[in-house]
Design a protein around this ligand. Structure first.
Ligand SMILES: Cc1ncc(COP(=O)(O)O)c(C=O)c1O
Length: 490
């Protein structure tokens, strides 16, 4: 193995204003808390590492779920210049990027498992790549960094505020890096307003919600789920009643990750009232990573709206809307966010977001798509996705595949295919014995036809292999027995 490159990084102790280096030694009392030395692998940092305390029992080393196959990522090494001329290097780089582009196009063509709308065209925005657009700080208060896109960001937030029915002077929100960040923020706002609150979330909740509980050292309860993937309302009621002396922070799923199940917000609010929680003693965060943007356009769906006593809603922007970078939106009530806002002088803005620097390109992508499609375009996309999801379900049923589709969802759940190569080809998300296809606006009927035909062929191959394995196993046993008999003869 090559010897590691030695990177020396010496950070000098910060000097208090007006002091010399010698003075600073005594200021720090001889204990060099701020000296960080890193020199290759043998370095020992005198900085006390942050010690995370285990919250939910010990972490099991190397624990791997039975269904997981870890495909390790190969590296694409940074090209070494060696004797190549600049022109030759440029040609090599172009070749790498051309190959990669081809691979992306093929992978985009065969993608069905993750809830991403891969159909967009941002060609008119290409010129913006030249700018380092950063919305650091609070979206509503400009920092001194001028290369930002806050005006687009606020425009998008206003669009969402209208969608989720909260008055312009009552909401606060921002464009996040993804749905996970929206959940981290929503749960944090809940925790800061109800510091003694217990977090309740169903077992089928996205892992980011329980991650928030770990990060914020919150007590959290996993609530059982129904077969549909919805929260088990009776279990929730029982846990809320048992813990009635402490406030409740509840995560509502507006579309679970695997089954696309939508928790009934009205029913949960009714349970809170029944179990004696007044509005000041609960906080509801709605995780609408995917379906939060679809549900407002579905007629029969329970409304997610700030007219109900909810605290926050978050969605991912790269999912239903579609964007070339991960992004999302979180909206909460202005009065709730006060609890975690503070001024930061060097920004000349306020800090109430999870991240510091924030992607300033993302709001422009979202603004562009929402402007081009409008509410009506989004409604049509939702309609097409739900129709195609039902067609996929019907095709799978006809092919003899067991399938499930929640009424309000475009996530079609079916038996997990046995061929790993098939799963990889279509980039399916699998859990236990199920897989799903998330029908997004870029998923056309002809793509679904190709998928179903491919699945039928894969199942036939798998069945043939399984059937012939019986004969092969029998033959192996017989051969063993014959070998045993001839050994006895010796
Ligand atoms: C229900 C739900 N919440 C949150 C997330 C996290 O979203 P992101 O991948 O944008 O961080 C997902 C992702 O699929 C999800 O399905």
């Amino acid at each position: 193995m090559d010897s590691p490159v030695t990177l020396a990084c010496e950070l000098l102790r910060p000097l208090p204003f007006g002091s010399s280096a010698a003075e600073s030694e005594s200021v720090n009392g001889g204990s060099p808390r701020y000296v960080l030395k890193a020199r290759g692998p043998a370095s020992a940092s005198p900085v006390a590492p942050y010690q995370a305390l285990p919250v939910q029992g010990p972490v099991v080393e190397e624990e791997r779920l039975p269904g997981i196959t870890h495909h390790l990522t190969p590296a694409l090494p940074v090209l070494e210049r060696e004797d190549a001329t600049r022109k030759e290097m440029d040609a090599r780089i172009r070749q790498v990027i051309a190959n990669y582009t081809q691979k992306l196009a093929e992978r985009t063509q065969h993608h069905l498992g993750y809830p991403y709308n891969l159909d967009f065209d941002f060609t008119p925005l290409e010129g913006l790549q030249r700018f380092s657009i950063n919305n650091l700080g609070d979206p509503f208060i400009e920092s001194n960094y001028g290369v930002h896109s806050r005006e687009f960001e606020i425009g998008v937030l206003q669009w969402f505020a209208r969608l989720w029915e909260i008055d312009q002077d009552e909401y606060w929100g921002y464009i996040t890096n993804c749905g996970t960040e929206g959940n981290l923020h929503g749960i944090l706002v809940g925790r800061e307003n109800l510091p003694d609150g217990i977090l309740y979330a169903s077992r089928e909740t996205h892992y980011s919600v329980f991650k928030a509980a770990r990060m914020y050292r919150m007590d959290a309860e996993r609530i059982d789920t129904l077969a549909s993937g919805e929260v088990d309302y009776d279990h929730l009621r029982a846990r809320l009643a048992t813990n009635a002396t402490r406030p409740a922070i509840i995560n509502i799923n507006v579309g679970t990750t695997v089954k696309g199940a939508v928790d009934d917000l009205d029913r949960v609010l009714a349970i809170l009232a029944e179990t004696g929680y007044s509005e000041e003693r609960f906080y509801v965060h709605c995780d609408g990573a995917l379906f939060g943007l679809m549900i407002p356009f579905v007629k029969r769906a329970p409304l997610v709206t700030f007219r109900k006593p909810i605290g926050s809603v978050s969605v991912s922007g790269h999912k239903f809307i579609g964007a070339p970078v991960p992004c999302g939106v979180v909206i909460t009530r202005q009065r709730y966010v006060e609890a975690l806002s503070s001024d930061v002088e060097y920004l000349n803005s306020r800090d109430a977001t999870i991240m510091g620097s924030r992607n300033g390109h993302a709001p422009i992508y979202m603004w562009y798509t929402l402007t081009r499609k409008g509410y009506e375009g989004m409604r049509k996309d939702v309609e097409r996705c739900l129709r195609n999801a039902h067609l996929l379900k019907a095709m799978l049923e006809r092919a003899g595949v067991r399938v499930m589709l929640n009424e309000l969802s475009s996530t079609v759940v079916f038996e997990r295919p046995t061929e790993e190569a098939f799963v990889r080809k279509w980039q399916l998300a699998c859990q236990d014995d199920i897989a799903h296809v998330v029908v997004m606006p870029n998923v056309t009927l002809s793509k679904l036809e190709g998928f179903v035909a491919d699945l039928i062929a894969s199942r036939a191959r798998a069945t043939t292999t399984a059937a012939l394995r019986i004969a092969a196993d029998a033959r192996a046993i017989r051969d063993d027995e014959l070998r045993g008999a001839s050994d006895d003869d010796c």
